[in-house]
Ligand binder design. Sequence first.
Ligand code: ZN
Length: 251
Amino acid sequence: MRTYQDPRIPRPGTLSRRRLLKSTVGVAALAAMGGLALAVPGVSFAAAMSKEDRDKLTPDEIIDLMMRGNERFRTGKMLRHDYVAQKRASAAGQYPAAVILSCIDSRAPAEIILDMGIGDTFNARVAGNIVNEDLLGSLEFACAVAGAKVVLVMGHTACGAIKGAIDGAKLGNLTQLLDKIKPAVQATQYPGERSSKNYEFVDAVARTNVRLTIEEIRHRSEVLAALEKQGKIKVSGSMYHLSGGRVELLS
Ligand SMILES: [Zn+2]
């Protein structure tokens, strides 16, 4: 493991990221692609995404960079994030490339499983990755005000909220949240046992839930629908596999 004492690795804050990239053989071509692309294992990732970096990227390139981050995560080759330096670099302004709508599940922390740093992505988390008007407002802020170019809805396997919706669980305010997932239970075509004990069914409902959430985003947010029609943003779905750690893009 390299340390900051290694003369080949600049100490955080002593070089700009651009100079750091230029000093690293073989990654000059990635420099133009910004912070999310700094996929050099062992090299400290000290800078936050700049506006210039973010604005150069297309929505598809941003999705690709997030998938590469997930590949680093699941193969144990994560970047060495210098969070203190990233915090310092992003304090004056943020230019995140994407907003991720994911579940609150403690095993599915979006920034970690996509190997992102401070300032790279917005993250909206709610049990079962559903939307309501507050979450839609948050996604609209992320894209229309702050300039994010991707809305990534991320479900996950073995989701407790999905199981609760299948079982018709009732508890305080959770009842109303689970009601929002029930249409996905009904819309899931599945020939086998439709039970929360059948993980294959649970995961099939989670996929349907991602699809319906995306439809709802497009249907209920004129702001986001218009940005997507103009090609300025892309709304995509994905499933995180707790076992294996892969983020699978859904078409
Ligand atoms: Zn969940």
